[in-house]
Design a protein around this ligand. Structure first.
Ligand SMILES: [Fe+2]
Length: 361
């Protein structure tokens, strides 16, 4: 069986980082000893932060910052969409590619405020969904974080039915105010992160190819619904995600690259300690049978997350993650991210701050 890809949503391939974190490996036991005091102040971290500390041109002066989710473009698709690369499992399947075109066109035609179009999933698509869900459900009790397990119960996922985005979005809105907006593929990272500032998660609706149910080189509805949606129903995690989104509104290009990495190492591949044991909360782990087993086997490095320190280059085509960054709690992670966010809020216009409920200075 092909290795299960670590699927990531809405992330482009950032330029390789010139700086890397400490090369010293720290296991979970050591992480428990790492100082977990209050996040260092943004000012104290300016020198260490990958973002330039020198005064930069106002972001608002160089591009328009969206004032609402309606102003966030969901049409800048970076890759995949209907034009699959030759190594995609569906590349030689004309019917599969047409199916994706049809579903992607529904996403392109969706307008904020309208119900998300419902998809009548084909029998083979339901089979793929059920197979992956069944495999993962066997691992979740032991290796998923408690917040995920609690939120998963809110959605009543069944193996014989692919959930509809509209129904899940309504549940999310009740619990954390997040909503789902359909998207036609891998969205430009600035647009994707900007959407999070308005508590909106852009989600694909198409299914991975049936020939490889445990592999997809791109975000698909299995990854979005199993990996992302339950965690977005947890209030503390939702605040963490929202903080990354708010920061993106004021980020220049260098800062955005760092935010993409922060998103990757938390929302996609983060783990959190429970009783000294690492538990998965990242969607790239929770939606991948192989990645979840890899994390549970303890073969990867576990490192403490410092949002102000340079982060390793992202790689998603080299197999499973060689390292995971560990949070002590989502509250602690959100506090760190909010501290980082404060280093760039001066770039966010006052009316936008009000729109995303960011306290004025
Ligand atoms: Fe994702």
């Amino acid at each position: 069986m092909a290795p299960v890809a670590a699927v990531v949503g809405a992330l482009s391939r950032p330029a390789p980082s010139a700086s890397r974190p400490s090369t010293s490996s720290r296991r979970a036991q050591q992480i428990r000893c790492v100082a977990t005091g209050p996040a260092r102040s943004a000012a104290a971290h300016q020198a260490a932060a990958p973002a330039p500390s020198a005064p930069a041109p106002s972001v608002a002066a160089t591009r328009r910052v969206p004032r609402s989710i309606e102003e966030v473009d969901n049409g800048a698709i970076l890759g995949f969409a209907a034009e699959l690369s030759e190594d995609h499992p569906g590349f030689y399947d004309a019917a599969y590619k047409q199916r994706r075109v049809d579903i992607c066109n529904l996403a392109r035609g969706h307008r904020i405020g309208e119900p998300i179009p419902r998809i009548e999933y084909l029998p083979e698509e339901v089979t793929t969904w059920g197979l992956v869900l069944g495999q993962l459900e066997a691992l979740f009790p032991q290796h998923a974080c408690k917040e995920f397990l609690h939120s998963l119960s809110l959605f009543d996922f069944r193996q014989d039915e692919v959930p509809q985005l509209e129904d899940l979005s309504r549940v999310l809105q009740r619990h954390t105010g997040f909503r789902i907006r359909p998207v036609a593929g891998l969205l430009h990272p600035r647009d994707f992160l900007n959407g999070l500032a308005f508590r909106t998660f852009h989600s694909t609706q198409y299914m991975r190819h049936a020939s490889k149910p445990n592999y997809t080189p791109e975000p698909d509805v299995v990854h979005e619904l199993i990996g992302h949606v339950p965690m977005l129903a947890d209030p503390a995690f939702a605040d963490l995600v929202h903080a990354i989104g708010v920061a993106s509104l004021g980020a220049d290009e260098q800062q955005l690259k760092h935010l993409v990495k922060l998103y990757w190492y938390t929302v996609e591949f983060g783990v959190v300690l429970e009783g000294g044991q690492p538990k998965a909360f990242g969607a790239g782990i929770l939606s991948s049978y192989g990645e979840l087993q890899h994390m549970a086997a303890g073969q990867a490095e576990l490192l403490p997350l410092d949002v102000f320190s340079p982060l390793p280059r992202i790689s998603y085509k080299d197999g499973y993650q060689p390292r995971y960054f560990v949070l002590q709690s989502f509250e602690e992670g959100a506090a760190q991210l909010k501290a980082y966010c404060r280093s760039m809020v001066h770039n966010i216009p006052d009316d936008v701050r009000a729109a995303v409920q960011l306290p004025l200075p």
